[in-house]
Ligand binder design. Structure first.
Ligand SMILES: [Zn+2]
Length: 258
């Protein structure tokens, strides 16, 4: 799903903090000129005493998409303590488009790449909330992401229509992230981005997993069983284990369908 994202192998000054919950996408511009690069922004944020680049993902002018901190770590992109935004670094995925969109419009190729990655992140975590930086921090505090930033267009595309998702999911293997382990109720409880993604998809299918917190607890197990029973009733083959409340490869694949 994210194979197209480039990795510049940025070196951070300390261990990054894994994000425990993911509630929204935050959109930024970097407000620099044409010479700006992901490595340059990384160096600048390091020089300010941050662990490195504040954004999880960067979208370059030529339509390339690159990892900043990576998908699963807390960011550092919102710091307006007066508006109480700092905590949003811990539950948001920050995506920055390189450029100054307070003064310039975004090249089409960059806009299409931004829309694609925003939608992939939204689908991966089952998110619906997409905000511009100044929507959470206040317009008096920052111009970011800029008045010419295609905020509403990205937002509606990221939310995606159900019809569009169905068409996409019909192509086998497209946009389905790889399942690296079976997800189940275990002791200690399983945690992680894969659990959160499964919860997001269970919620999307109205199986009521409770909070999408990345922890595989009783509610997640009950939701998985509800989802599996409903699919078995529709004629899906889940193998001999049936509705066991374990998200293995078969259940995972069906979760990502329309
Ligand atoms: Zn910003």
């Amino acid at each position: 799903m994210f194979e197209y994202i480039k990795d510049y192998k940025l070196q951070f000054s300390g261990a990054l903090t894994p994000r425990r919950t993911t509630k929204r996408i935050l959109l930024h511009h970097t407000s620099g000129g044409d010479a700006e690069t992901v490595a340059g922004i990384h160096a600048y944020h390091l020089s300010k005493g941050h662990k490195g680049i504040d954004y999880n993902i960067c979208v370059e002018r030529d339509g390339s998409v690159a990892w900043g901190r990576g998908l699963t770590y807390c960011g550092g992109s919102v710091n307006n303590s007066a508006a109480g935004t700092r905590c949003m670094n811990d539950d948001s995925v920050a995506i920055a488009a390189l450029g100054d969109f307070e003064h310039n419009s975004m090249p089409d190729i960059q806009k299409e790449a931004l829309k694609r990655v925003a939608r992939d992140v939204a689908r991966y975590y089952g998110l619906v909330e997409v905000k511009g930086h100044n929507e959470v921090a206040g317009r008096g505090y920052t111009d970011c992401p800029g008045r010419y930033f295609p905020l509403d267009e990205v937002r509606s595309y990221a939310a995606g229509s159900r019809e569009e998702e169905k068409t996409q999911a019909a192509e086998p293997g497209v946009n389905v992230p790889e399942l690296k382990r079976n997800l189940r109720l275990a002791s200690p409880l399983m945690r992680g981005g894969d659990v959160q993604a499964a919860q997001g998809r269970l919620a999307y299918h109205k199986a009521q997993p409770g909070s999408i917190d990345g922890i595989y607890g009783e509610k997640t197990r009950a939701a998985a069983i509800r989802f599996q029973k409903a699919r078995i009733a529709e004629g899906y083959d889940l193998g001999t284990d049936g509705a066991d409340g374990v998200v293995g490869p078969k259940t995972w694949a069906i979760l990502w369908q329309g």
